[in-house]
Design a protein around this ligand. Sequence first.
Ligand SMILES: NC(=O)c1ccc[n+]([C@@H]2O[C@H](COP(=O)([O-])OP(=O)(O)OC[C@H]3O[C@@H](n4cnc5c(N)ncnc54)[C@H](OP(=O)(O)O)[C@@H]3O)[C@@H](O)[C@H]2O)c1
Length: 264
Amino acid sequence: MRLKDKVVWITGASSGIGEALAKEIAKRGNTVILSARREDELNRVAQEITQGGGKADVLTLDLTKAEEFPAKIEHIISKHKSIDVLVNNGGISQRSFARDTPIDVDRKMFEINFFGAVALTKQVLPVMHKQSYGQIVAVSSIVGFIGFSMRTAYSASKHAMKGFFESLRIEEAPLGIQVNMVYPGSIQTNISKFAVNEKGEAHDKQDRRQAGGMPADQCARIIVRGMERNKADILVGRRELLLVYIRRYFPGLFYRLVARIKPT
Ligand SMILES: NC(=O)c1ccc[n+]([C@@H]2O[C@H](COP(=O)([O-])OP(=O)(O)OC[C@H]3O[C@@H](n4cnc5c(N)ncnc54)[C@H](OP(=O)(O)O)[C@@H]3O)[C@@H](O)[C@H]2O)c1
């Protein structure tokens, strides 16, 4: 499937991977609908896309407010006629030990990363069934495959996404709906700055691992290639991805290696 002339709705499009994906997808001749909470940042991304000759529309959205999703969907349909692709990318990370983290923070993580994506997908699916066509993309994480220190709730929410969207791929394939999972490793974005600590507040620091990760535009190109090839799992990153295979085939080695990584 060539990603062209489609209406592509991207959550978390105000920065990082979502912004890079929006730019890459718009460059290929699609209309991108940019969603997140920060309207000023969405407008900036939209302006950069339209200045480059692309088509972009801004639609603010808070993933914790599922009651507002029907109106957002109606808005897109009335203006753009279809939703061909939904990219569930919006999310937040964590920087705190489980022993210090109140359950409210764990729930918040699930509310945004898991239930936000699931609720939006459930409301978009009927639109796609009516079109007899659609593609749902879900951005999990390398920690959707493995555990990692100071990421308990984040990793759990990303594992939950894997279970949901992998099952959805099986259910929806006969109906012509394509489902793809994305598992980024370390990508150069501000995710660690917005990650929540044990108080539920922003960590507000750029991690060394993030800063030295794969550039977001390169990550976006790899994701789009995977979407076009209808890959079930799109793993994107550098040598940190090896941890997935080490965990699967050499669990003892995995625990020795991660024990050496300083938690940040
Ligand atoms: N960077 C990495 O190394 C990495 C690795 C693995 C997985 N990921 C995943 O990749 C996705 C994108 O992250 P990123 O690295 O690009 O980080 P980012 O730059 O912090 O982007 C996160 C995006 O999610 C949006 N968002 C957060 N809370 C939201 C809410 N309640 N409602 C709607 N939108 C919300 C943010 O926009 P607003 O603040 O404007 O709402 C922002 O656009 C996330 O799902 C993340 O878990 C990233």
